[in-house]
Design a protein around this ligand. Structure first.
Ligand code: PHE
Ligand code: NA
Length: 452
């Protein structure tokens, strides 16, 4: 008989889970990563492939991850080996958890550096640094920040400490309250930004860029990036959603909560695009400027917006909070594992993971300046960490999860946890998990390495 609660705690309500999972999902992935990757890959066609991946792979895999977590009620490593044993399978399935812990560790290291940029921009904006800024000034403001390793290190350190402080206290007590306030605020700010873009930017040009599909611009690598972005933005394939699922009440509907989280994340990504591209195109800037996109363009919008000082500051504050509620979920699987298997206290476990990721983050931030000459496949350490995790490790984790739930668990175990009453929806979901998701992931991988 599976346990009905985790030793680490439980969300107080189904809504708390939705907010926490949305807090995990909505982060730098939506507001920083999605717009710049869509911008670099031609916009519309990329966005369409991305939305397809969200619906056909992301949503079903999220449901699978939550059902595994809730059935196992432990860290992803122990959940996977326990569930495998329950089905009479090899405990090697625990490797899904191990891939997740590795991916989380790598993601956190660069995530914290970029969250540090956001922190830095809170203060730049708050001290009036955006006032009277023009396009050149904005570009050099961003460039100067990247060229300063000490400043980057300080912000990275502060963000990592912030993350560790919450996780050390237990996710429910700090996080549950924080996300209840912060997520609606972030949403309101985005609505304001989209409104601003409509009035001040070239909204139709932005809309067209984001939505008009030009498939001739779509390379096999762009399809891989769209799929990787779908995994990254939904926090899938590394156990973050699995462990949040392990804190979910037994009677909550997995299908409905997943749909809410996926819907909210997608809405925020599209809104971020609609807030940013009209301003970029209106200011005559290139949509293809890469990771600096929001850091170069949004300050321009705030520079001459009424109340721009306050809106700009609040926007970057909320960006930090969005990153914060995501970073917490990135460490949680590894922390829970250390508590379960090493008998460490939560505080010790959190400190160990955070310090490890902090060290790796130093490599990432040095790759922006003093180590900028060291590259592999044309990427520095930060870009490489980002690329490998989002486009390889997360889809690989998602692939294995889909195989496990779709092919190795008995359908009876699956149904007894999912309890999706609607027979057609259940059949559609099961088909997506068994066939569509694994085949699509494999196909995109093979295309990307040019085997087929
Ligand atoms: N989903 C988060 C974002 O979009 C990032 C993340 C990835 C969080 C993986 C947890 C796990 O910013
Ligand atoms: Na996201």
């Amino acid at each position: 008989m599976p346990a009905t609660t985790s030793i680490h705690g439980q969300w107080t309500t189904r809504l708390a889970f939705i907010l926490a999972a949305t807090g995990s999902a909505v982060g730098l992935g939506n507001i920083w990563r999605f717009p710049y990757i869509a911008g670099e890959n031609g916009g519309g066609a990329f966005v369409l492939v991305y939305l397809g991946c969200i619906l056909l792979i992301g949503l079903p895999v999220m449901m699978a991850e939550i059902l595994l977590g809730r059935r196992g009620r432990q860290s992803p490593i122990n959940t996977m080996s326990a569930l495998a044993r329950e089905e009479g399978l090899t405990r090697a399935w625990g490797m899904i958890g191990w891939i997740g812990v590795l991916a989380g560790f790598l993601i956190l290291s660069f995530y914290s550096v970029v969250a540090g940029w956001s922190l830095s921009y809170v203060f730049k904006s708050g001290t009036g640094g955006f006032l009277g800024l023009d396009a050149d000034g904005s570009e050099s403001m961003f460039g100067n920040m990247l060229a300063d390793p000490e400043a980057l290190l300080a912000w990275h350190t502060i963000f990592m400490v912030m993350t560790a402080m919450v996780v050390a206290r237990g996710v429910q007590s700090g996080l549950e309250k924080a996300v209840t306030i912060l997520m609606p605020l972030l949403f309101v700010m985005l609505v304001v930004m989209v409104g601003y873009a409509m009035v001040e930017g070239q909204f139709l040009a932005g809309l067209e860029f984001l939505l008009y599909p030009d498939f001739s611009a779509l390379s096999a690598n762009a399809v891989l990036l769209a799929m990787g972005q779908a995994f990254f933005t939904l926090s899938l394939g590394m156990g973050a959603i699995m462990i949040y699922g392990s804190y979910l009440q037994s009677d909550a509907s997995i299908a409905r909560t997943s749909a809410a989280v996926v819907g909210a994340d997608t809405l925020v990504a599209i809104m971020a695009g609609l807030a940013i591209f009209p301003i970029v195109l209106g200011a005559g800037l290139s949509a293809e400027q890469g990771p600096g996109l929001i850091f170069v363009t949004l300050p321009l919008a705030f520079a001459d917006m009424p109340g721009g000082l306050y809106f700009g500051t609040m926007f970057f504050v909320l960006l930090v909070f969005a990153a914060w509620t995501s970073a917490i979920s990135i460490i949680e699987p590894a922390v829970a594992f250390l508590v379960e298997n090493m008998g460490l206290t939560r505080v010790m476990a959190t400190a160990m993971i955070a310090i490890g990721a902090w060290f790796l983050g130093i490599g990432a931030l040095l790759s922006l300046n003093v180590w900028s000459d060291y590259t592999l496949f044309d990427m520095g350490i930060l870009d490489l960490l980002d690329y490998v995790t989002a486009n390889i490790l997360l889809p690989l984790g998602g692939f294995l999860i889909a195989i496990f739930v779709g092919w190795r668990m008995t359908e009876r175990s699956v149904q007894s946890e999912l309890r999706l009453k609607h027979p057609v929806l259940y059949q559609v979901w099961y088909f997506l998990v068994r066939f569509v998701a694994p085949v699509a992931i494999l196909f995109v991988f093979l295309r990307a390495v040019e085997l087929i």
